[in-house]
Design a protein around this ligand. Sequence first.
Ligand SMILES: [Zn+2]
Length: 112
Amino acid sequence: MIVFGWREAKINIEPVSNHSCNYCDTSECLFIQVNRLYAHIFWIPFIPLHKKAYSICGHCKQLVNKNQIPPDLQKKAKKVKQASKTPWWMFTGLLAVILFVLFLSASAFFNS
Ligand SMILES: [Zn+2]
């Protein structure tokens, strides 16, 4: 049995200035968090998929997904999302497969 699926990991978080939380109305405690979805096999990350942006309140912990982020914050969310880099470990499975194939090729070459 092969266990596979996808998970989400936080790749970036940036504070937002001049905004207050829509729920608790606390100012200067909003963050834009960017998560990246990745495909995994046996929980080993294989291929990074798309990014998702959220706004999170540092006070009441309310999490708002991209479609519900207020229009004035959408631009900032998009900017943070584009600037967020994919961490190397999301390619771990792919790198392992490439190294394994290289190892097999090398051993076939040296044994012939
Ligand atoms: Zn709040």
